[in-house]
Design a protein around this ligand. Structure first.
Ligand code: GTP
Ligand code: MG
Length: 334
């Protein structure tokens, strides 16, 4: 990491890390390039930023699906409570899982490299949904140049392997090596670490391993333990089957718990809460963050809030720093 980066540049970089919308990310990159101190020590970083701007603006300018000479979208705009990338070796069942979990028409076939482009879909969980993005296989036989750019908007990954295939251990090793080259790290740690990577373009994805095709195995749980042991992996893991549906019901609740999601319902004074659409926050976020989600100007004019549920007594008056908990009903006073 080059020294002599100004607070102005660091602020621009922090905004980039936070931005999720591809257009907003592009704006942030341009700002980073505008304010970066120009000297020898930042040459490399300037080059990286320029390359990202080029990639992302080309991607955003391409006609979208449906238009004449259109191509499929390579950057998927995040929707729902979190974006999860389906990563894995060829033929492990990523598309089959995507189709089954989201009701998408993701194409699955009994040969390798069926999926060519990212495909979004929503996995419902109670009154929210997670966005799952089906992706091409990660393999040396079939490099995908835009893979790391697509992963930049993901919050976490689902690493799909074929539990019945003896070749999976080696294939996973190759998946990890390819991702490492692209500065993508899959991690078994789901709790927020607060630490941010020095490299603004490095991607770190908390990962849940989905041991697929566990239908037909006599004791899938035992096979899974052996697999993790042999592969030397510490990811949290679930044995599942896209074919029979076994284990799939655990995925939504698991993600909900480990992503630390808190749903917040807002209400107007004297009115019942709006139970239709929760605002989605993470543990540790506050009443002030709720106000910002409702409207970006509201956070400034917020005076206090009343909270029902969670850690507060009913209707308790709280300040902007009050942390939210899942299921809170919040009345904002400006
Ligand atoms: N027995 C069994 N077969 C499965 C399961 N999931 C997928 N398959 C089969 O595995 C083959 C590959 O499935 P896909 O969903 O296309 O795999 P993929 O990982 O998307 O493959 P690529 O896009 O080529 O990387 C298909 O023939 C599926 O029917 C499963 O849970 N059990
Ligand atoms: Mg596929």
């Amino acid at each position: 990491m080059p020294a002599n980066l100004t607070p102005e540049y660091r602020a621009a970089e922090a905004a980039f890390r936070k931005a999720r919308d591809p257009r907003e990310r592009l704006e942030c990159l341009r700002e980073m390039l505008r304010v970066i101190p120009r000297h020898k020590g930042t040459d490399h970083l300037q080059g990286d930023i320029k390359r990202r701007i080029k990639e992302l603006s080309e991607e955003l300018e391409r006609p979208q699906r449906g238009g004449a000479r259109s191509g499929p979208a390579l950057v998927i705009r995040p929707e729902g409570a979190a974006q999860l990338a389906l990563i894995g070796p060829p033929n492990s069942g990523k598309s089959s899982l995507h189709a089954r979990l989201t009701g998408s028409a993701a194409h699955a076939a009994p040969y390798r490299f069926t999926t060519q482009y990212p495909e979004p879909g929503m996995l419902p969980h109670e009154d929210i949904a997670f966005q799952l993005v089906d992706l091409p296989a990660v393999s040396t036989e079939h490099p995908v140049p835009w893979f790391a750019s697509t992963l930049q908007t993901a919050d976490a990954s689902l690493l799909v392997v074929d539990l019945g295939d003896a070749g999976s251990v080696d294939e996973l090793e190759s998946v990890h090596a390819i991702l490492r080259e692209k500065h993508v790290t899959l991690t078994d740690r789901w709790e927020p670490t607060g630490e941010s990577d020095e490299d603004p373009f490095a991607t770190r994805l908390p990962t849940l391993l989905l041991a697929n095709k566990s239908d037909g195995l006599v004791d899938a749980e035992a096979e899974l333990r052996v697999f993790l042991e042999v592969a030397g992996l510490r990811y949290p893991a679930l044995a599942v089957s896209a074919t029979t549906g076994q284990g799939l019901g655990q995925i939504g609740p698991w993600l909900f718990g480990h992503l630390g999601i808190a749903r917040v319902y807002t209400k107007a004074p004297g009115r019942p809460p709006d139970r239709h659409r929760p605002f989605i926050l993470r543990h540790g976020q506050t009443v002030e963050d709720v106000a910002r989600l409702v409207h970006k100007d509201l956070a400034r004019s917020l005076r206090y809030a009343r909270v029902w549920g969670g850690a507060a007594f009913d209707g308790q008056q709280v300040g902007r720093e009050h942390p939210v908990t899942d299921g809170d009903v919040i009345e904002l006073h400006v």
